[in-house]
Design a protein around this ligand. Structure first.
Ligand SMILES: Nc1nc2c(ncn2[C@@H]2O[C@H](COP(=O)(O)OP(=O)(O)OP(=O)(O)O)[C@@H](O)[C@H]2O)c(=O)[nH]1
Ligand SMILES: [Mg+2]
Length: 220
């Protein structure tokens, strides 16, 4: 098996982080678990105690800069991203790793083939619209450009250049990778109820999503 890192970013996820780490360690006990944390609560302490490697980024620098630090600091040959809010199915991590092992550079997941019970209707419609725009503009067969659960080959992460500013970085990582010729596949996953409060700013995320889909400077 290739060396695996599971990376997450966290901001005030003390209610969820412990169970998320437990669920990862249950399925991939040898994986490095790396968290870039910008919390004022006990998230970092809980994660460290559970055996995760925690990098503090404080004051918070936003989703993109935290995710960039996490992706670049991971030591694995395969890097899986998750949210720290218990919404993603850790049990599916081995499926993603296997696909990377079979030759894919980027394994995306989709939460929205049908409306997930725990995703608000507005978010579901937004996600489908973003994916449709991506399909039309770039010809990429995706239904979910915002999924936070993915596997990347390490070589892709260290070759690709991206803009870490603003929300919606996963959109740019997906579009750019496929446009640059990396081998891509998408698989469906379940999406669970969020523990704790969302940090998502819908307006800013929507604006940045469209910029990343339609402005050349973000996808070339
Ligand atoms: N380190 C760090 N983590 C962040 C920051 N903003 C968000 N996060 C984390 O990024 C992950 C995704 O944020 P969420 O609030 O879950 O946003 P989302 O997944 O788009 O929205 P939901 O559907 O409500 O879960 C979570 O684990 C957050 O704790 C930040 O500025 N710094
Ligand atoms: Mg989330």
């Amino acid at each position: 098996m290739p060396k695996l890192s599971v990376v997450m970013i966290s901001m005030n996820e003390e209610k969820a982080v412990g169970s998320v780490i437990d669920s990862i360690q249950e399925v991939v006990p040898d994986a490095e678990i790396l968290i870039v944390d910008s919390s004022t609560d006990k998230t970092a302490e809980i994660a460290t105690e559970k055996g995760a490697k925690v990098i503090r980024q404080y004051p918070p620098c936003g989703y993109g800069r935290a995710m960039e630090l996490a992706l670049k600091s991971a030591s694995g040959d395969v890097i899986v991203t998750m949210d720290c809010d218990a919404t993603y199915p850790s049990k599916d991590i081995p499926k993603l790793v296997l696909l990377i092992d079979q030759g894919y550079d980027l394994v995306n997941t989709t939460r929205v083939l049908t409306k997930p019970k725990y995703m608000p209707l507005g978010n579901f419609i937004g996600n489908r619209v973003f994916a449709l725009c991506t399909r039309i503009r770039h010809g990429i067969k995706t239904t979910d450009v915002h999924s936070g659960m993915r596997a990347y080959k390490r070589t892709l992460i260290h070759a690709l250049k991206w803009n870490p500013d603003g929300p919606a970085l996963p959109v740019e990582l997906l579009i750019k990778s496929v446009r640059h010729g990396y081998k891509f596949i998408e698989i469906p996953i379940d999406y669970y109820e969020r523990i704790g409060n969302t940090t998502l700013n819908k307006l800013s995320s929507t604006v940045w999503t469209f910029k990343r889909i339609f402005c050349k400077e973000y996808f070339d």
